[in-house]
Design a protein around this ligand. Sequence first.
Ligand code: MN
Length: 231
Amino acid sequence: MTSVIFATLFICMVAMPALAAEQKAGGGFDLPALPYGYDALEPVIDTKTMETHHGKHHKAYVDNLNKQIEATPELAGKSLEDIVANISKYSAAVRNNGGGHWNHTFFWQLMAPAAQSGKPSAELEKALTETFGSLDKFKEEFEKAGVGRFGSGWAWLVLTADGKLVVTSTPNQDNPLMDVAEVKGTPILGNDVWEHAYYLNYQNRRADYLKAWWTVVNWTKVSEIYAAAKK
Ligand code: MN
């Protein structure tokens, strides 16, 4: 019995990779620390972009979400996953800032310095090859989704409820966990295509940013997320 409980706890911990999804005792969320330095993703993503993106943009999503939590009694004590999954019940401010907090918390974990980016697990590579034809074809599809998103948003690889890998994109700070998403699923990989994510280095060349980004994808982490989502 004890071992079953421990096994269940372990699986839950693995399935929620450091998303700090629960509110603090006093209510609200913290800005999570980056798992690497601001300069760690150079030259693909420059230090100034990372400082601004994490320290200003992500921080603003957290601060503004916390203001909404203070002002909205039904958000008290709700996990970030719960808020996002039921986002149609809440205001646009909760949708934008709750999505912004979830998306960026997820995004930072998906990257690593180029030397530590690793490779997709055999299981993930096999699934990507079966679905898209090859790893390179998958990357093309993903880049296309990012380039094709008009204005601001995200490109995603998701695992759908029926076990399929699908490339999709969402506008603004929406994500595929939201009840309003066109394509729903568990995010396995996501890239931020807001101009704030790339403009200093790439200006209007979003396609170049999307292509360069593969160099800093943390495939070890992405493979863990995929394995957890499959369970
Ligand atoms: Mn962003």
